[in-house]
Design a protein around this ligand. Structure first.
Ligand code: PLV
Length: 376
């Protein structure tokens, strides 16, 4: 396993919530996340120390409450009502901002001097977005498999970008090193309780807007952070018995490989084009919650994920990246119906929720390149 534990200078040292300027501004400014200067920030952090700090829950989050849309076409295909949780509409283009926003906010409240994140792209974009709002520097370490277009988007948000290694796991080693040597807050893209806690907000929003309990929730899995967050959220709102369909692409299937092996294993390489699902090793928590039951791990091909994202554009008029196509393929490739025929999901299934996790690693040009690559 090449992934080091997430324990050093990082956010793990953040103790009880200490609220500084970040939250005080939240109540009084139209730009709640703007911190004007490093000096102001650090003196505010000092002033807002243990005794003066208010609960971090006061802080206005960086993510938005995304629409939950019923899809006529997906419902027809699935044979049950399908709701799309449109997290592609998050300010950074994916759900990642939920957990990463929370983690960075807590770190900023404890006087972080900047962030370093290892990412396939979207976690980096969430970090860069939040850092820009907090007026803190961010360095994003991406593997060489991350596209130049994504690296440019990160720079557009003011982040420094470094390319290191071939896959995310290589970049992650480097990010840990940099956090250590430069005293920066390490931002883990998926393996941290605060990230899961932040992602759990997605389920609180579902609870607030769904007419009834879901029959199942469909998520894409990379390192497993979204999965852990959804599990946590479902338990929190009393929906702990709702099955989750955990979707990966072949060649980025670290959860499925772990389920098959009965233990956490490391893939030899990432051969899928869904690079944002490209962690060699799933986080232990994701494996543990999957082993507890109620989570069905499924794998589709890149071609199926591509077909799903093309149909999604045609039917729903929304472009998402291949990583998200993996989740959508649960419906477009008939995975749900197969699971019903295998009695792994009930025949009479309640409303299905698919998390449209989004992703910024896509454009019309990239889509056309993907089509050439995957269809020859
Ligand atoms: N992407 C991470 C991990 O990459 C990243 O660095 O951006 N859908 C999209 C659009 C994603 O970007 C990701 C993760 C996932 C799904 C899977 O989320 P996870 O990692 O929490 O399971 C290596």
């Amino acid at each position: 396993m090449s992934q080091p534990p997430h324990t050093h200078t990082s956010i793990d040292n953040v103790q009880a919530p200490q609220t500084s300027l970040v939250s005080r501004r939240a109540g009084m400014s139209a730009f709640p996340h703007t911190v004007t200067s490093a000096a102001e920030r650090s003196s505010a952090t000092l002033r807002g120390g243990r005794n003066l700090g208010r609960a971090m829950d006061d802080i206005h989050p960086f993510h938005v409450n995304t629409p939950l849309l019923e899809s006529l076409y997906l419902s027809k295909r699935a044979g049950t009502t399908v709701y799309m949780k449109m997290d592609n509409a998050q300010p950074s283009g994916s759900f990642k901002i939920r957990g990463i926003g929370l983690l960075c906010q807590k770190a900023a409240g404890s006087g972080s001097k900047g962030f370093v994140c290892s990412s396939g792209g979207n976690a980096g974009l969430a970090t860069a977005y939040v850092a820009r709002k907090l007026n803190l520097p961010a360095t994003i370490i991406v593997p060489s498999s991350t596209s130049d277009a994504m690296a440019q988007k990160l720079r557009d948000h003011g982040a420094s970008v470094r390319v290191f290694g071939k896959v995310w796991d290589d970049a992650n080693q480097e990010a840990h090193r940099l956090a250590e040597t430069e005293g920066l807050t390490f931002v883990p893209p998926f393996d941290h309780p605060l990230v899961w806690q932040g992602h759990a907000s997605i389920v609180r929003e579902l609870k607030a807007s769904m007419p009834s309990k879901p029959g199942a929730v469909v998520v894409a899995v990379g390192g497993g952070g979204l999965l852990c967050g959804v599990v946590e959220g479902l338990k929190e709102v009393g929906w702990g018995d709702v099955p989750i369909v955990a979707m990966e692409t072949k060649g980025a299937n670290c959860l499925n490989a772990a389920v098959t092996a009965g233990k956490v294993v490391t893939l030899p390489d990432i051969t899928s084009e869904a690079k944002c699902l490209g962690a060699l090793t799933v986080c232990k928590q994701a494996f543990d919650v999957t082993a507890e039951g109620n989570i069905i791990s499924e794998v589709v091909t890149d071609q199926e994920a591509l077909k799903a994202l093309e149909l999604f554009v045609d039917e729903e008029r929304v472009l998402v990246e291949l990583a998200c196509g993996a989740a959508l393929a649960a419906i477009y490739s008939g995975v749900i119906q197969r699971l019903q025929s295998q009695a792994r999901l009930p025949c009479l299934l309640g409303p299905l929720v698919v998390i449209v996790c989004g992703g910024s690693s896509i454009s019309l040009a990239q889509l056309s390149q993907l089509k050439d690559k995957l269809r020859g």
